[in-house]
Design a protein around this ligand. Sequence first.
Ligand code: HEM
Length: 149
Amino acid sequence: MASAIVSALHVLALALGLSGVYLRGRALKGRLDRDGLTRLFAADNAWGIAAGLWIVTGLLRAFGGLEKGSQFYLQSPLFWAKMALFVAVIILEIQPMVTFIRWRRALGRGQVPDTSRARALYVVNHIQMALVVVMVFVASFLARGFGLR
Ligand code: HEM
């Protein structure tokens, strides 16, 4: 039963994460007035929650004895490919994370944040979204034992 619940939470993280990153991109492209920023931060929150959920449920599935056992994953090149993609998504997140914290603080102080970097962040956001989509394919092949002899 634990395996089914954790698996469901892992898939729900995908629903939350993909919609969060998509809406964050749309918000970055739109007008970044107070309403636009509120939408941006809401999407960013969903994306952040999804990331936490992915890590917790992913680690539980891989190393908590819920699925095929740690050995299966550690031996699979596709598992490592998936982890490399995930690390790339996290590294790409550093710039948006730092910028959005700055924007949130400025808005909290009643100031208008300097949003001139929005276009560059939109591109980063799109790359992250693409990487997540690739991860879904890698995960599905991984789960079916592809890449193992
Ligand atoms: C962007 C992040 C992630 C995405 C989009 C993602 C996506 C998926 C998907 C779609 C599946 C279901 C595969 C299937 O049964 O067909 C899955 C399974 C799994 N994921 Fe993730 N995942 C992510 C992060 C992680 C992380 C960080 C870990 C481990 C640290 C992880 C470990 C696993 C494991 C162990 C399974 C079960 C594979 C099996 O059934 O043998 N995932 N993931």
